[in-house]
Design a protein around this ligand. Structure first.
Ligand SMILES: C[S@@+](CC[C@H](N)C(=O)[O-])C[C@H]1O[C@@H](n2cnc3c(N)ncnc32)[C@H](O)[C@@H]1O
Length: 227
């Protein structure tokens, strides 16, 4: 069976419409891993921000932002302004309250799906976490190309996603998503003309959940598309 057939945009949005706007809600009952996740992301982000040719810290975009967990705990402390993309009405309405003191740093809140998003400005960092499994391969490549074109000078695109250990794409009927293996992400990044400048596996997560990888990507205008 083609595991991609599990992806269904309407069913996924119906699934999220029933989920409460809480940390446990957006993390599928794993709210307790949020601090460890943010610690790993902070180290990863800080290593990028202190690297040669580092991005500026003017603007970040949080994609598939949920209630603004990553905006509040990771992006707002490091960037002047944070825009978010989140299709679920209840989640996006909860973001300003959730981020508390950081509300002054909030820029545009786009209530739209990633596959329909058209960036209006350039970003220093675009953060995609636990959301790309909702997009078909074709839409994911187009979306990543859009993000690539929306990077400011020295801008970096971050992907933080579950990956399978089986080497195969696995479908989840519950939320109509897929989990891809590492090699599939690498193939998709290449198709989107993105080059990996850093890759790291999240540590200290509980056993029994998918491994989680972080990738830092920049435009690779030399690369030749292959299928
Ligand atoms: C597992 S939650 C992760 C939320 C956030 N990234 C975090 O780590 O706290 C998945 C989020 O993706 C959103 N989502 C699902 N399908 C999407 C799509 N096609 N485009 C944008 N966001 C989507 C859901 O509404 C939900 O907020």
């Amino acid at each position: 069976m083609n595991k991609e057939s599990v992806i269904n945009y309407k069913k996924a949005s119906e699934y999220w419409a029933e989920i409460p706007a809480t940390l446990d809600g957006v993390l599928g009952g794993f709210g307790f891993i949020s601090d460890i996740d943010i610690d790993g992301s902070t180290l990863f982000l800080q290593s990028i921000l202190s690297s040669k040719n580092a991005p500026a810290t003017r603007s970040a975009l949080d994609c598939g932002a949920g209630i603004g967990r990553i905006t509040k705990y990771l992006l707002a402390p490091h960037f002047d302004t944070v825009d978010v993309i989140e299709p679920d009405e209840k989640f996006i309405k909860s973001i300003i309250d959730f981020v508390g003191e950081y509300k002054i740093k909030m820029g545009k809140l786009y209530q739209i799906s990633l596959q329909k998003f058209e960036p209006e400005k350039k970003y220093d960092v675009i953060w995609n976490q636990w959301v790309l499994g909702y997009l078909t391969d074709k839409d994911l490549v187009s979306y990543l190309q859009c993000c690539r074109n929306a990077l400011a000078q020295n801008g970096v695109l971050i992907v933080k996603e579950n990956v399978t250990s089986s080497g195969k794409t696995e479908g989840d009927e519950t939320d109509s998503s897929v989990t891809r293996p590492l090699k599939e992400y690498l193939r998709i990044f290449k198709l989107a003309k993105l080059k990996r400048i850093k890759q790291c596996k999240q540590t200290n997560f509980p056993t029994g959940i998918y491994p989680v990888y972080m990738f830092a990507l920049i435009p690779n205008d030399d690369n030749i598309e292959t299928s």
